[in-house]
Design a protein around this ligand. Structure first.
Ligand code: 5GP
Length: 141
């Protein structure tokens, strides 16, 4: 498999070289808003240490990320009064991956409402407001 590239966009977000809207972090993981949200509240969970995806992640990276995915899944369910949560993850370009630092998508879902098409920039004010709702929900757990 190709080596991890420390210049990928999520590595830059981790180093705060480019901005992001963060909603949660602990010693091992970071959760921040996707800038092209496919549903309101769409966020990404990543490990703070380098790996490309599930295929090269260590057991420690996987378990830390999954615990944060669960925490954020529960938080968005409450924050958006959602009916469900879609958790998505892609491995390598042929598997649909575009950014090569392990990440899980957490997407709040409502009955009868389809995901929006990928690749469309979101309204940053709306995304920031959704992030605040998620932080509030996390603070109540
Ligand atoms: P994937 O690699 O799972 O196919 O998708 C990468 C995801 O990262 C996409 O949902 C895309 O909208 C998101 N993304 C790409 N560039 C940025 C960025 O600079 N900041 C944030 N917050 N998300 C990004």
């Amino acid at each position: 498999m190709t080596a991890y590239d420390p210049e990928n966009i999520f590595a830059k977000i981790l180093r705060e070289e480019i901005p992001s809207i963060r909603v949660y972090e602990d010693d091992a993981t970071l959760a921040f808003m996707d800038i092209m949200p496919r549903s309101d509240g769409h966020l990404l969970v990543i490990p703070k240490t380098p790996c490309r995806n599930v295929l090269d992640a260590s057991p420690e990276q996987l378990s830390a990320v999954m615990l944060t995915v669960q925490k954020l899944g529960q938080a968005v369910l409450k924050a958006f009064d959602a009916d469900g949560v879609t958790i998505q993850q892609f491995n390598e370009a042929a598997g649909g991956q575009e950014v090569f630092h392990l990440h899980f998508h957490v997407l709040p879902r409502h009955e009868g409402l389809s995901l929006r098409a990928p690749g469309k920039m979101g309204d940053m004010e709306a995304i920031a407001a959704h992030a605040e709702e998620i932080r509030t929900s996390l603070a109540m757990t």
